[in-house]
Design a protein around this ligand. Structure first.
Ligand code: SAM
Length: 222
């Protein structure tokens, strides 16, 4: 059974969308493909295309960092993930932040888990990433170098959802956090209903809005 409570929106003054993507945006189409919600799949060609896009954006990605965007992620962690995470398990557990980019949010994630793997596809993003407590690895989040059921958290902040891989790596009781910092205008956007439809396992959790951002936090039931 999937039971998702909607929490009241959080106002974040001055938060505006950093982009204005719609359903035709190439990254939106790729997002739906990767999640298995439309034809095509995430394959070698898709990974090459996406890597090229983010390698070329890496130099200017820091211009998208802002206190308001950080506030969206902190809200998702505080009101969404924290109430679902068993703190004693989290202290010794491992989380993966897939698509960690410049590592803007890695510190906040690392503060909640025993260790955090910051997984990035783009070598350029990885090269420019800020220092943080996370262990940085260059890898494709659709093929994580971890064993089955070994993760207590999977965090996706404006990155693709790979439902079969999350099914493989996320332990029962583990938490999946999905954040779109520009909400429906984020290129890599899925609604909570889309995320739930894509996942092959049952969850419980919460969703909300923070500024113009949206998020859902889902705890795997079995
Ligand atoms: C839209 S950016 C978001 C970066 C960061 N999370 C943020 O919100 O600032 C998406 C990031 O995910 C990375 N990415 C895309 N596909 C990936 C994959 N299959 N595995 C790991 N990282 C991926 C990109 O290289 C890029 O750095």
């Amino acid at each position: 059974m999937t039971d998702i409570a909607t929490l009241p929106p959080l106002e974040i003054r001055g938060h505006t969308p950093s982009v204005g993507a719609n359903a035709d945006h190439p990254m939106r189409i790729m997002t739906r493909r990767a999640a298995g919600l439309q034809g095509g799949a995430w394959d070698k060609g898709a990974a090459e295309t996406v890597r090229g896009v983010f390698d070329s954006l890496a130099d200017e990605w820091h211009t998208r960092e802002s206190p308001e965007r950080l506030a969206v992620v902190n809200d998702a962690l505080e009101r969404g993930a924290d109430p679902l995470i068993d703190p004693s398990a989290a202290r010794s557990g491992v989380a993966a932040e897939i698509g960690s980019g410049l590592g803007t949010y890695s510190g906040a994630i690392s503060a909640r888990f025993g260790s955090t793997l910051a997984v990035e596809l783009s070598e350029e993003m990885q090269r420019l990433a800020h220092p943080s407590a996370a262990t940085r690895i260059l890898a494709d989040g659709s093929m994580l170098p971890v064993t089955d059921g070994s993760l207590l958290g999977v965090v996706l902040i404006n990155c693709f959802l790979f439902p079969q891989e999350i099914d493989r790596v996320l332990a029962p009781g583990g938490v999946l956090l999905w954040v779109n910092s520009s909400g429906e205008r984020t290129p890599i956007h899925l609604s909570t209903d889309d995320v739930l439809a894509a996942l092959p396992f049952e969850t419980t959790g919460t969703q909300s809005r923070a500024g113009v951002g949206t998020w859902c936090a889902l705890k795997r039931l079995a």
